[in-house]
Ligand binder design. Sequence first.
Ligand SMILES: [Fe+2]
Length: 189
Amino acid sequence: MLNPEIILTHYNPVTGEMHGATMVKRHLSDLRGCFADTAAYESALKAGNPLLYSVGAVEPASGEGDLHYGVGMLMPGKIGGEYFMTKGHLHSWRPAAEFYFGLTGDGVMLLEDEATGESRIVPLKPNGVVYVPGHTAHRTMNVGTTPLTYIGVYPAKAGHDYSTIAKTNFRCVVVERAGQPVMIERNNL
Ligand SMILES: [Fe+2]
């Protein structure tokens, strides 16, 4: 069925908001346990509870072969030396891969192979497309000074597993060193 309401959706490239999409908003208090510097986290939380990011999910159909996508908007900022980040997740259906398209701003994705722990950071910015393979945990960070917006496209049946990351966190952190994002093993901080 070529339903025009399903075929075309408009998003706001500045706010990431979309007409009719389910918006999830995450504030600083929702990211407890994500940042390595817990003292800096608690101190920032005492000063306020800002919006860190929002994701609007477009899920037009959920049959075999269907695709879903989300428009993300991540604010700039840091806690300790770490950039504002998303919680990060694996897909519940582990083989599910995902494409991320940078729209605005200056971001980095942290990828971690679930089986081997191999980690890598990849730029996420306009005119760049990141392919996140299956079985790979992924987290987005804003390393710039303006809101980062992006689109992630994934199989409808991918699902989101946040709890595995919530338990163990990523093996590596991404911090600013001399103005540049650098990946460091959490144990070596
Ligand atoms: Fe994903």
